[in-house]
Write a protein that binds this ligand. Structure first.
Ligand code: MF3
Ligand code: CO
Length: 248
């Protein structure tokens, strides 16, 4: 069941998203060789607290941390850890902010030090695919238009789109309807309506789109060990087009 949001609810989620976006801007400054994702985790906890917000992922379905920190071949749901990042790595920091009960969800992949040309291309294409998808997220279009915008562009650039994890509606809980695949056919699927709030969060791989699960029950990595990147925004469908609630 899709819960449509009122203007007031969307406004509240936007306030939450602004805190999240500002937090990501601070994280960007911290990323460099030698820093650990455990330090990022602690920074985020303190940052949210200072701004009167809460890390919604912590305790969600037994997840233990404020952030997901996925390094290199990890696709998503990596645990923050004490291993120092090194030049050439990439790290995706994903978090859900709860501000006065209003949620927002955004992930960003950061390059560490100097990354390869291929990695730069991966990051640029993944980010661009998110913005291309947001452009077609307008009332009257369909869910398939979003997936198609991402998949057709990403595959033309020689990369692949993860199938096992998709975007999602978000409201009082992190995951609600609709489901938002990052692949698909134009003009197919559910019609987008004013008041829908959902994430678009393409995970894009250098090699195969196939994922393998870690024994920790959470972390997914690429089956071939090649890099994976992700950019995620929460957006609202309005009569004036999509509003990005978690803009950087
Ligand atoms: N932020 C994630 C998403 O984009 C949700 C992570 S689930 C958690 O869907 F359990 F790790 F919190
Ligand atoms: Co997320």
């Amino acid at each position: 069941m899709i819960v449509l949001k009122s203007e007031r609810e969307i406004q509240a989620m936007h306030e939450s998203g602004k805190i999240l976006a500002a937090c990501h801007r601070e994280i960007a400054k911290l990323i460099q060789p030698g820093v650990t994702t455990w330090e990022i985790e602690e920074f985020v906890e303190a940052y949210l607290k200072k701004h009167g917000a809460k890390p919604e992922q912590k305790g969600y379905k037994g997840y233990k941390y404020a952030t997901c920190a996925s390094i290199n071949e990890e696709i998503c749901h990596g645990f923050p850890r004490k291993t120092p990042l090194k030049s050439g790595d990439i790290v995706t920091i994903d978090m859900v902010v709860n501000y006065n009960g209003a949620l927002s969800d955004s992930a960003w992949t950061y390059p560490v030090g100097k990354v390869s040309k291929e990695t730069e291309h991966l990051l640029a294409v993944t980010k661009e695919s998110l913005y291309r998808a947001i452009e077609v997220a307008v009332a009257g279009n369909r869910i398939g238009d979003i997936g198609h915008a991402i998949q057709s562009y990403v595959e033309a650039e020689g990369f692949s789109v993860v199938r096992d994890f998709i975007g999602h509606g978000i409201g009082n809980v992190i995951h609600e309807d609709p489901q938002v695949p990052h692949y698909g056919l134009p003009h197919k699927g559910l019609r987008l309506k004013e008041g829908m709030v959902f994430t678009i969060e393409p995970m894009v791989n250098v090699g195969t789109y196939e994922a393998v699960r870690d024994a920790n029950g959470w972390t997914a990595s690429t089956a071939d060990g090649k890099y994976s990147a992700q950019y995620e925004h929460t957006l609202a469908i309005t009569k004036n087009g999509p509003i990005i609630l978690t803009e950087q």
